[in-house]
Ligand binder design. Structure first.
Ligand code: PLP
Length: 444
């Protein structure tokens, strides 16, 4: 019996023993092809020599020195390289150990910014339904995922949540893409007006919705309208790029495709590539400077902020992305996989939608393609798919966004950026057996 209690004691997992590139091996030497980067984390596979060398070199110098006493070279370099990606506005960076911490930091940062500006009534954060921004109480408060919230409801803030921009489910038949984008974005204006603009500090959203909806891209111009509304009502825009960022979409930040510049961005997962726990909260330089002018510094902190070894891994991940031009490869491999899936699954009775950007790919399963009816038991289907994939030696990340069956089960694919042609072939062939429709029939 395991002494760790992450999941039900009845759940039995294989014991991971070693890794080779994009494969993990268990105690019986069974190989598992990674088709989802775990949960969109392992963007460079599991034993990239350049990253391991960088981590070892940092460990030999100094693994960690507390931020109350020292800064360190890897965090300064990584912060500079992230800030360089915001030439229009300048940026400041706060390093953390993961995505929930990064979003907690963002929520506290926007509050302190408005206090510094003399707007003490601004504290509410508007978010979207069926969203996920993390499991700590603050991050969960702004998450619209009903299942994850339900146990902790009384402990959470219940700020307004608006509809997601999920065209497959919410676009009306008589509505153009542009009209849908406007309607979905205008829901923010309505929520701000109902809450009172003087109380709203920020709006948080994932540019591409990952785990809860299965890689849902925004309609064209949705975020441009969101930016306009935020500016009009003095509401800060926080974009959560924990899952879709750090190159996953084929652009370093997914928001680069939307022609908007956010006020705050959060990153994690791919930032450290799974080699070290690493997250970041990046804000516009003037947000930070306003806080410093009024309060001296941002009132926040954790023991492991700016961890030297974690940041060394982050620098090495960024080096590999840049030196090997991997974002181009993410775009071309992503296109190839999506096209192949569309061909392979064109007649599949239970595949409703295939979508994505770069190597961030979603397959939505339905019980009927015409009506788009969701499977009767989305949760059970998701866990069966995960197990069937593991049985065939494939790691995928199925999920479902609602408890009321209002949207389908999805499979999230997020292959490592270093996939070669043979990995793509193996992924497609294993997926095809996982999705065998005769076997799925009784489950949808
Ligand atoms: N934000 C998004 C969009 C996520 O997908 C996740 C995790 O899946 C988080 C935040 C929380 O990150 P972490 O699990 O590293 O705390």
């Amino acid at each position: 019996m395991s002494q760790v209690f992450y999941r039900s004691p009845k759940t039995r997992y294989p014991m991971v023993q070693r890794a080779d590139g994009v494969y993990l091996y268990d105690q019986h030497n069974k190989a598992y092809l990674d088709g989802s980067g775990g949960a969109a984390v392992s963007c460079l596979g599991y034993n990239h020599p350049q990253i391991i060398r960088a981590i070892k070199a940092q460990l030999d110098k100094v693994p960690f020195a507390h931020s109350a006493f020292f800064t360190n070279e890897p965090q300064e370099e990584l912060a500079q390289r992230l800030a360089d990606r915001f030439p229009q506005v300048g940026a400041r960076v706060y390093f953390l150990s993961g995505g929930s911490e990064a979003n907690e930091t963002a929520l506290k940062l926007v509050r302190q910014y408005w206090l510094a500006k003399g707007c003490s009534s601004k504290y509410k954060i508007i978010s979207r339904q069926q969203s996920y921004h993390g499991n700590t109480l603050g991050a969960l408060s702004v998450s619209g995922n009903v299942q994850r919230r339900k146990t902790y409801g009384p402990m959470l803030q219940d700020w307004p949540r608006i509809m997601p921009c999920y065209s497959y489910r919410h676009q009306r038949e008589d509505e153009s893409d542009a009209q849908f984008a406007q309607r979905a974005a205008n829901a923010l204006e309505q929520a701000i007006l109902e809450a009172g603009p003087e109380t709203v500090a920020a709006f948080i959203a994932e540019p591409i919705v990952g785990a809860t909806l299965g890689v849902v891209l925004p309609a064209t111009d949705y975020f441009r309208r969101i930016r306009e509304i935020c500016d009009q009502y003095q509401v800060l825009l926080i974009l959560d790029e924990v899952m879709c960022g750090a190159g996953r979409s084929g652009h370093y930040f997914a928001f680069e495709q939307e022609n908007v510049v956010p006020d705050v961005v959060t990153l994690a997962k791919g930032l450290g590539g799974g080699y070290q726990p690493l997250g970041a909260c990046i804000c516009r330089q003037d947000i930070h400077d306003t806080i410093v002018d009024a309060c001296g510094s941002f009132a926040h902190g954790h023991t492991y902020i700016g961890h030297a070894t974690a940041c060394a891994a982050g620098v090495a991940v960024m080096d590999v992305l840049e030196q090997q031009n991997l974002l181009d490869r993410v775009q071309s491999s992503g296109k190839l996989i999506r096209n192949a899936l569309r061909t392979q699954l064109a007649e599949h009775p239970y595949v409703g939608d295939i979508r994505g950007s770069g190597l961030f790919i979603g397959i939505e399963l339905v019980s009927d393609r015409t009506s788009r009816r969701a499977p009767a038991n989305s949760a059970a289907l998701a866990s069966t798919l995960k197990q069937r994939a593991m049985d065939t030696g494939l790691i995928i990340y199925p999920g479902h966004g609602s408890v009321d069956g209002s949207n389908g089960t999805h499979i999230l694919l997020a292959p490592p950026f270093i996939y070669q042609d043979q990995h793509i072939d193996e992924l497609l062939s294993k997926l095809s057996s996982v999705l065998d429709h005769n076997e799925l029939k009784s489950m949808v």
